[in-house]
Ligand binder design. Structure first.
Ligand SMILES: Nc1ncnc2c1ncn2[C@@H]1O[C@H](COP(=O)(O)OP(=O)(O)OP(=O)(O)O)[C@@H](O)[C@H]1O
Ligand SMILES: [Mg+2]
Length: 499
């Protein structure tokens, strides 16, 4: 076999944020023609490492070599020019600009006609890239704000691919994509590999890592633990190396008991929106009702309608006692909690502290009369953060600086203290590592045992099967008849309804 050719070498890399040592002597070597996976628990340093390579931030110490030359990008544009592009973990498009402008931020100079940037030329170039990716529904001149979460991520992918990078970095992107979007992503990853370029691929889905990557490096607490070649993959060993201890693989419920009550908590009657077509459902206290389907089947929109964030064109949502859910203020008053899939924009106040995020929905409980004591606030927030092992410096740290998965934990934690009665969770374990996923499942089970009503929207079939009392599968805005919890339900049962 021919000798492998190194494309990127990182050595002795350190990075700290205050007391947090995000990288400790990290090293990694990537080869041409390979897709290299990077896995590790939430906060282990994956995004930090990859964003340094992509020129988004500097390291404190360490050296990098790219294509045999010393490499130290000044910024993201410099890195892109040298051949390294990255699709980041969080949403990273600019609200008030067009799709084409997003694709070509920092590259406007290419479209100058005299001193003026020609939108016509820029749109034509964007159109070419979008259509080469099969994204004809996304219009170059369209405002980015008019596109949904997944489409925006696809625009970011188009941006990263527009100059055919030699090294493409994908940070936890698949969870934002539907099957269709993932296929586009995988096809391009394979194309780059076949073209003797390289890909660094980050994901919490070990199955996906094992399928997509030729080798995988494991990070734990900022340390590189080991790199494993495809032929030596072993899911159990990989998980164990990530968390540094034996992991319990039986996360899900083991019972097949009937649901705990027949009392209706929330009822949707013949809901229509642009996407949803005649959706009716009843959520009961003491049950976990799973809603599944492909990303674009309408299930995320249904979550918003149920919480009152989106008004249906026809039909209504009511609580069991007959209160009409007109808007989210009514929902909060009726003790309904909601976690959106789009955590940065809809579930968190990203520029506020962990404490503020966690305490906000619970001030009625924390306050004594008109008085809110600092220590009561702190204790309350610390307790909620501890339940989900949020990795942080301190409770007054800004949420913006947490790792992706730790943000997700805060988004979940803030509802734990509220003692809501009805929970609408849209992809509760998105971006959460294997160690903490089981904590979230335990929590869902606890809520169920307390006879709370839980509606769980999920794209993960094992999670739906493992946790739900009933499962409703959606397809093209319509809903299939309920599937009751039973040992006989398999992924194939669900897929048959999905496609
Ligand atoms: N700008 C920042 N300021 C302060 N702390 C930061 C900053 N960026 C990262 N950190 C901290 O560095 C550590 C590593 O974070 P990083 O985002 O690299 O983790 P990750 O492995 O990508 O996790 P996840 O799986 O949750 O995305 C975390 O403890 C995080 O809180
Ligand atoms: Mg990350």
């Amino acid at each position: 076999m021919a000798e492998k050719e190194t494309i990127l070498k990182v050595e002795g890399m350190y990075k700290s944020f205050g007391m947090t040592k995000a990288l400790k002597n990290a090293h990694i070597q990537l080869f041409r023609g390979e897709v290299h996976g990077l896995i590790g628990e939430n906060g282990s340093g994956k995004s930090t490492l990859s964003s340094i390579v992509a020129g988004i931030q500097d390291c404190d110490e360490g050296t990098m070599e790219f294509k045999g030359q010393p490499y130290k990008p000044k910024d993201i544009f410099d890195a892109e020019e040298k051949g390294i592009a990255m699709v980041g973990q969080e949403q990273n498009t600019l609200e008030d600009t067009s799709v084409a402008e997003n694709i070509f931020i920092g590259k406007e100079g290419r479209f100058l006609t005299g001193p003026i940037v020609s939108s016509r030329k820029m749109n034509a170039a964007a159109e070419k890239i979008l259509s080469s990716l099969g994204l004809d529904k996304i219009r170059p001149e369209g405002r980015i704000g008019g596109y949904d979460f997944e489409q925006r991520k696809l625009v970011e992918i188009a941006r990263a691919l527009c100059d055919e990078p030699e090294l493409l970095i994908i940070d936890e992107t698949s969870t934002a994509l539907s099957k269709y979007g993932r296929e586009i992503l995988y096809a391009n990853i394979n194309r780059l590999r076949d073209d003797n370029r390289a890909v660094l691929f980050i994901s919490h889905d070990i199955q996906e890592i094992m399928t997509v990557c030729d080798c995988v490096t494991i990070l734990r607490d900022g340390d590189i633990i080991r790199t494993i070649e495809k032929k030596d993959y072993d899911e159990h060993v990989m998980k164990q190396l990530m968390v540094g201890r034996e992991v319990d693989e039986d996360y899900y419920r083991t019972d097949y008991d009937p649901r705990l009550t027949d009392e209706v908590a929330l009822r949707a009657d013949h809901i229509y929106t642009e996407l949803l077509k005649d959706i009716s459902l009843e959520l009961h206290y003491g049950e976990i009702l799973g809603i599944g389907g492909l990303t674009d089947c309408g299930m995320h929109e249904l979550g918003q309608v149920l919480f009152g964030l989106q008004k249906p064109i026809a039909g209504e949502v009511k609580t069991g006692d007959g209160t009409l859910i007109r808007n989210s203020t009514v929902s909060l008053n009726k003790k309904i909690a909601y976690i959106s899939k789009n955590r940065d924009k809809e579930s968190l106040m990203i520029a506020s502290t962990i404490l503020e995020n966690i305490c906000l929905p619970s001030y009625n409980k924390i306050r004594k009369g008109f008085y809110i004591s600092n220590s009561a606030e702190r204790q309350f927030a610390e307790k909620c953060a501890e339940v989900l092992s949020v990795k942080m410096d301190n409770i007054r740290q800004n949420v913006m600086y947490l790792s992706g998965g730790n943000k997700q934990k805060v988004a979940v934690a803030k509802w734990l203290g509220t003692e809501a009665d009805i929970y609408i969770f849209d992809c509760p374990t998105r971006g959460i590592d294997v160690g903490v996923q089981s904590d979230i499942y335990d929590l869902l089970e606890d809520l169920r045992k307390q006879k709370k009503a839980i509606l769980m929207i999920s794209e993960e079939l094992p999670e739906l099967i493992g946790m739900s009392d009933r499962i409703l599968i959606m397809k093209d805005g319509k809903m299939a008849p309920p599937i009751d919890r039973s040992p006989d339900v398999t992924e194939t049962t669900l897929i048959d309804y999905m496609i």
